[in-house]
Write a protein that binds this ligand. Sequence first.
Ligand code: NAP
Length: 307
Amino acid sequence: MNRIVQLTPLPLPAGYTPPTDIAIEPAFDAAALDAVDPTDVVALVTHSIRGVPSDVWGRFPDLRLVANFGVGLDRIDLDQAKQHGVAVSYTPDHLTADVADLAITLTLDLLRRVPAADAFVRRNGWSEGPFGLGTSAKGRRVGIIGLGRIGKAIAARAAAFGMEVGYTARAAKPAEPLAFFASTRDLAAWADVLIAAVPGGADTDRMIDAEVLAALGMTGLFVNVARSSVVDEDALVAALKEGIIAGAGVELFEAASTLPSRLTDQNVIFTPHIGSATFQTRSAMADSVFDNVRAALKGEAFTDLAV
Ligand code: NAP
């Protein structure tokens, strides 16, 4: 009988009813995974943050699918998947709009100093004089690192706010009427707001470094909705503490990150990996994962395939 194994808990939204026709065996750590009988396991379910541990490939002779909850594939070795004839599904377009919305939310909150304004009201700061001015979104330059699904959705939103948009990517996109910069440094030097929307992994590791932040400059804002790995965090802390840049909005992916305790000023906004965290999007992501798992059980075609 075909079987499904799940490598990590999924962030299913409260109120979402998982399908009752699919039995999924949890194996959330190495010991539990070691105890799984590999016979007839046709699909593994995982999440972008857990991925597929490298020693799992080849363990399950009947494996046909890895169903990933999320878009990031930096913790799934796609070459190994291909070598073992395993399809990898993920949840791309379902979450694009919500992640782009979050990038713009962080941008506007930083420009208009919303965290500091909120703190001002809560401490009854009226007696200190009027709250200081913010910066208009209209007319600001937004530099997007990675013009894929999410980057393009950010570009469309930024344009709607009257912002000028430039980008960098591995290759220029002649079909996009946006300014292309061959290097992240040059993009940062041009931009008022730099937004990272690239995949994690070796190619992008710490691509936002001290040089890029210095190029962004003392009025510049940095927003990261990509993996933490794309940022040199020590350089980011130094840039914020020394006024090399003005502020940052940072999605955090690891609960153990020390960044919040190192960056306590109100010019930094943290969010706990909430890019896709709406009921609608997480439900659509779950539907996609479970539809593919059901297809694996029935021997049917998969959707949303990465490989
Ligand atoms: P995508 O459609 O694959 O787009 C990725 C973009 O990054 C492409 O434009 C690509 O360039 C560019 N890129 C890749 N490597 C690069 C490099 N070394 N230097 C410069 N640009 C590079 O991916 P997506 O759907 O937009 O998602 C992007 C990432 O967002 C995901 O991988 C994930 O890590 C992150 N994400 C975060 C959340 C969240 O909750 N915060 C949710 C979903 C995804 P080319 O077009 O030239 O190939």
